[in-house]
Design a protein around this ligand. Structure first.
Ligand code: HEC
Length: 503
C-alpha cells in the first residue's frame, strides 16, 4: 500500500536518525566497553533478545526457520537447529553462537548477504550473558513468545506537547453527535471542535498510529492501529470520562494506563491492524490487518466481555478493509492480495472473490440492501460488484467509476436508502463524493496539499471530512461542496511561512 510504504520509509529514516543520535549520546556519556563490562548481570529479555530480534528474527522465525533454527522462544533458541544448543552456559568460547557471530569467512551470522557482522559491543554483551550462565530472566516462561515478551516491555513515548512537524493522519471520524472530529495522531488521538478548528482533547495511546475507527452504540470508540512491523491492536476508549485533567483548556486523557479511558484491548499482534467495523446491530466487531486474519468478536455481552468468535484466514496478504453486511450475517473484506471477498459468518465459508482491481484493494463497503459490494484500490477505481443477489452474478463487476488520478486510499459510505452517499480519499489530493446507487460522480473537493489518507462522513450526512499525510483536516458540506473549515491537526504546530517566489 502506498501509504503504508510511505509511512514505513518515513519511520525507518526517523528511527535510524534517532538511533544515531542515541548512539552518539551514549558515546558521549560513556565509553562503549562499559556497556559490555557494566555492572549487574546481562538480562536475556532486556539485553540479548532485542539484538536477536533486530538481526536474526527475519530468518529464524517460525516461518523461515533457516537451518531449522527458530528463535521464537527462549526454549527454541536453546534447542538449536540441525546442530545442538548454540550456547554452552559459562563458556562463550565454546558456544556455536559466538563462533557464528565472530566467524570471518562463510557461515557468519547474520550471513554476509544480509548485512554486516554485529558490532563488537553487541557480541560482547551476548558473550557476557553466556559467561554469566545464559539464563532466562525470572518470571518469564521459557516457551513464551519472544516477540510478545519484547512487545509488552516496550514503553510508548508521550506525544510532543507541541509538534515541530505535521503529523500524518491515517484515520478520522465524526463523533455520533456530528459535532466533533476524532483524528489519529502520533501516539495519540486528538478531538476537535472542527467548526472552530479548536483542540478539545488529547488521548494518549500506546499505538503509534490509528488506521481505522468506529463508534459503538454506547459512544465508546474502537480504534485499530499499531506500530509498523512491531505491534497491532484493537483498543476501545471512553473519550468522555468524568473530570479529565485540563491543561491550557485541553483535556488530557491517558489512554495508555488509565482504565477509565482505555476500557478494552481486543487484539495484540506482531504487526499493524488496519481496519475495524461494528455490525449495524452493535453485537459484533471485526478487524483485519497484517497477519492476514479477519477477527470477529461477539460483543453482545458488552465490550469488556468481548469473545473472539472467528479468526478467518481467507486472504493471502494484509487485510486493509472490513465491513459487515447490513444484516450482520456477512463480511466484505479487501486485501493487498488484490481481491475483495465476501465471507458468510454462519456457514464460515467464502461467498465470493472479486479480483477485478488486479492491484491492492484498500477499502471495501456494502450497500444497505446488501446487494452491491464496493471496493477501491491502487488501480484508481471504485468498483461495484454483485455481493449477494444473484448466484450466477456473484463476484462479477457491475460497474466501475474512474476519475481519481491516483490510488484511492479510503472510503466512507453512508447507509441512508433515501440519500446514499459514498466519499473517497485519494493520493491525488482530492476527496470525491459519489452516488453509490448509480456510480455517478457528484463532487470533487480540492484544497488538500498532500495525499488524503482518511475520509469520514458525519452521521447526519451533512458533512464530509478528509485528513492528509501533512496533517491537514478539511471539512466540507456534502450538499454544495462548500468548505466549512480547514486546520492542521498537529497540536502546537506552526506551519512555516511560505514566501511567494517569482518565476
Ligand atoms: C539472511 C538470513 C539469516 C539471518 C539474518 C541469520 N541467519 Fe542464522 N542461519 C541462516 C541459514 C541459511 C542457516 C543455515 C546455514 C547452514 O545450515 O549452513 C542459519 C543457521 C544458523 C545457526 C545454526 C543452526 C543449526 O543448529 O544448524 C545459528 C545458531 C544461527 N543461524 C544463528 C543466527 C543468529 C544468532 C543470527 C543473528 C545474529 C542469525 N542466525 C541471522 C540464515 C540467517
Amino acid at each position: 500500500m502506498f501509504s503504508v510504504l510511505r509511512g514505513r520509509v518515513c519511520v525507518c529514516v526517523l528511527c535510524s536518525l534517532i538511533g544515531m543520535l542515541l548512539a552518539w549520546l551514549l558515546l558521549l556519556q560513556s565509553p562503549p566497553e562499559t556497556l559490555a563490562q557494566g555492572k549487574g548481570p546481562v538480562s536475556f529479555i532486556n539485553d540479548v533478545a532485542p539484538i536477536l530480534k533486530e538481526n536474526c528474527f527475519a530468518c529464524h522465525d517460525s516461518k523461515k526457520r533457516k537451518g531449522k533454527f527458530e528463535i521464537t522462544s527462549y526454549a527454541n533458541f536453546r534447542k538449536g537447529g540441525s546442530k545442538e544448543d548454540p550456547v554452552v552456559p559459562g563458556k562463550p568460547n565454546e558456544s556455536i553462537l559466538i563462533h557464528l557471530l565472530t566467524e570471518k569467512g562463510a557461515g557468519r551470522m547474520p550471513p554476509k548477504e544480509a548485512g554486516d557482522a554485529l558490532p563488537k559491543e553487541k557480541i560482547d554483551r551476548i558473550s557476557r550473558w553466556i559467561a554469566e550462565g545464559a539464563t532466562l530472566d525470572t518470571g518469564i516462561d521459557g516457551k513464551a513468545d519472544l516477540m510478545r515478551e519484547l512487545r509488552v516491555r516496550w514503553k510508548p513515548p508521550q506525544p510532543p506537547m507541541a509538534y515541530d512537524r505535521p503529523v500524518n493522519i491515517n484515520a478520522l471520524i465524526f463523533t455520533p453527535d456530528s459535532k466533533r472530529l476524532v483524528v489519529g495522531g502520533y501516539h495519540e488521538l486528538t478531538v476537535w471542535d472542527y467548526a472552530a478548528g479548536k483542540l478539545l482533547q488529547r488521548i494518549f495511546t500506546r499505538s503509534e498510529r490509528a488506521y481505522d475507527m468506529a463508534f459503538l452504540p454506547d459512544g465508546k470508540l474502537v480504534v485499530a492501529g499499531g506500530r509498523p512491523g512491531q505491534e497491532g491492536n484493537v483498543r476501545v476508549y471512553n473519550i468522555n470520562p468524568a473530570s479529565p485533567k485540563m491543561v491550557d483548556g485541553v483535556a488530557i486523557l491517558d489512554g495508555v494506563n488509565d482504565k477509565n479511558v482505555l476500557i478494552a484491548e481486543l487484539a495484540d499482534t506482531d504487526d499493524t491492524i488496519y481496519c475495524v467495523d461494528v455490525s449495524p446491530d452493535g453485537k459484533k466487531l471485526a478487524s483485519g490487518g497484517c497477519d492476514r486474519l479477519v477477527r470477529v468478536w461477539d460483543i453482545s455481552g458488552g465490550i469488556d466481555k468481548a469473545k473472539l468468535e472467528q479468526s478467518i484466514e481467507n486472504h493471502a496478504d494484509w487485510v486493509f478493509g472490513v465491513m459487515f453486511s447490513p444484516d450482520g450475517t456477512k463480511l466484505v473484506t479487501g486485501s493487498r492480495d488484490k481481491t475483495a471477498k465476501v465471507w458468510d459468518l454462519a456457514t464460515k465459508e467464502s461467498v465470493l472473490t472479486f479480483p477485478d482491481h488486479q492491484s491492492p484493494v484498500y477499502d471495501v463497503a456494502i450497500t444497505k440492501d446488501g446487494v452491491t459490494g464496493m471496493s477501491i484500490g491502487d488501480d484508481k477505481n471504485i468498483r461495484y460488484f454483485h455481493a449477494t443477489d444473484n448466484a450466477k452474478q456473484l463476484g462479477k463487476q457491475m460497474r466501475a467509476s474512474g476519475g481519481h488520478g491516483k490510488a484511492v486510499l479510503k472510503m466512507a459510505y453512508r447507509n441512508d436508502p433515501k440519500n446514499p452517499l459514498l466519499a473517497t480519499a485519494s493520493a491525488d489530493s482530492t476527496v470525491r463524493l459519489w452516488n453509490p446507487a448509480s456510480g455517478a460522480a457528484l463532487k470533487t473537493l480540492t484544497g488538500p496539499t498532500d495525499w488524503v489518507y482518511a475520509v469520514a462522513l458525519s452521521p447526519d450526512g451533512a458533512l464530509v471530512a478528509g485528513g492528509t499525510y501533512n496533517g491537514e483536516v478539511r471539512v466540507w458540506k456534502t450538499g454544495d461542496g462548500m468548505l466549512v473549515k480547514a486546520f492542521n491537526a498537529s497540536p502546537g504546530y506552526v506551519a512555516p511561512k511560505t514566501t511567494p517566489t517569482k518565476k
